[in-house]
Design a protein around this ligand. Structure first.
Ligand code: ZN
Ligand code: ZN
Length: 369
């Protein structure tokens, strides 16, 4: 904001909002700050948008937008229910006095849903996942990855709206130097978010073609089936920066780098839990991440996957019956992993202690690794 004094009332504002200075930061320090609860509420509202992400979405084709489940309702969410038909989750994030995430209970109808598909396209696209128990095939693993990708894009577009909406509200009543600092941080976040949205849009474009043609040769899938109760379920799209051994895989803040996503789902399967991993065949980072997982001893594999999931993904549901088998130290560890602000820059403190009662039953691959 150097040279602030020189800005005229009708000049463009220094914060690059595109507004005139007199309609933007002039007198910002005198404006009344919004209470945190109001900001959080506004933030949440920006994440709700009703739109159908199906490639054939159009007026007259789509019917009403529904609360589309990101993990299967039948079997998967069902296996996580407590006696009161609720599942456990850490989100929306709320911290206790010690800074740890609190466990919430959520009704299964609302758990892990998003308004990203109309009823017609949701059931048409994901019917193979809902109707039968999950079995490994290129189609079933692709569909899980596709849903993870659509959900990630939906979330990042929500974040884009939120960042733009909140930018002029976060620095109300603060001195000019702090305004400058807040707007600078926001600008970096907006740039990072724009990059992520742009790249997810192109990954979605490729995925739409695969969906419509039912040709999956540009994709790689690994599916691990574990014997034992399904105790967590998720669908997410991390961008692995380090493998399990801590080797660097990609640098997220390098504007010249293409972001490489891994699509990760944990769902119910006939023997127990299936961990399904998908990625574009030209992406090296997710492939190396998966290879590092597969190098783990069988009994370590499940515990590392579960920790990776909690550290990197928000959209995770888990069962009361599993959570209550963990001792306080183990619960503390999981809450700590889930609460890491940015797991991509510091390697999460993985434990070698067994945290899930899973035994590897089979491993399937699709495509050459
Ligand atoms: Zn401004
Ligand atoms: Zn539709």
């Amino acid at each position: 904001m150097a040279g602030l004094q020189k800005i005229g009332r009708n000049d463009p504002c220094w914060c690059k909002s595109g507004k005139k200075y007199k309609h933007c930061h002039l007198n910002r320090e005198a404006e009344k700050p919004l209470p945190t609860a109001a900001l959080l509420n506004l933030n949440r509202q920006q994440f709700i948008k009703k739109e159908c992400l199906h490639p054939h979405a159009a007026q007259g084709v789509c019917n009403g937008i529904i609360d589309a489940h990101t993990v299967q309702r039948a079997r998967t969410l069902q296996s996580l229910l407590d006696s009161d038909n609720h599942v456990h989750t850490f989100y929306p994030a709320e911290r206790d006095a010690g800074g740890l995430l609190k466990v919430h209970r959520k009704g299964w109808r609302k758990a892990s849903t998003f308004t990203g598909f109309c009823g017609t396209h949701d059931s048409q696209t994901f019917a193979p996942l809902e109707v039968d128990a999950f079995r490994f095939s290129a189609e079933s693993t692709f569909l899980l990855s596709y849903r993870a990708l659509c959900h990630e894009l939906y979330q990042k577009q929500g974040a884009a709206r939120s960042l733009r909406q909140l930018a002029p509200l976060l620095d109300r009543g603060l001195p000019p130097l702090e305004q400058e600092e807040i707007q600078r941080r926001n600008e970096i976040q907006i740039a990072g978010n724009q990059k992520a949205v742009g790249e997810l849009v192109s990954q979605k474009h490729w995925a739409d073609q695969a969906l419509l043609s039912q040709t999956y040769s540009d994709w790689r899938f690994v599916c691990l089936e574990f014997e034992g109760p399904l105790c967590i379920a998720t669908c997410g799209a991390p961008t692995p920066t380090k493998d399990i051994e801590g080797n660097q895989l990609q640098v997220l803040h390098d504007p010249n780098n293409q972001l490489q996503h891994l699509y990760l789902s944990v769902v119910s399967c006939p023997v127990g839990a299936a961990v399904v991993l998908g990625w574009r065949k030209e992406f090296v980072a997710p492939e190396k991440m998966v290879e590092s997982l597969l190098r783990l001893q069988n009994d370590m594999l499940a515990t590392f996957i579960v920790q990776y999931v909690f550290a990197h993904l928000e959209n995770v549901c888990f069962s009361e019956s599993w959570w209550s088998t963990l001792d306080l130290k183990q619960q503390h560890h999981i809450r700590q992993l889930a609460g890491i602000a940015n797991p991509y820059y510091t390697q999460p403190p993985y434990s070698t202690e067994s945290l899930v009662p899973w035994k590897l039953a089979s491993l399937h691959r699709y495509g050459e690794a």
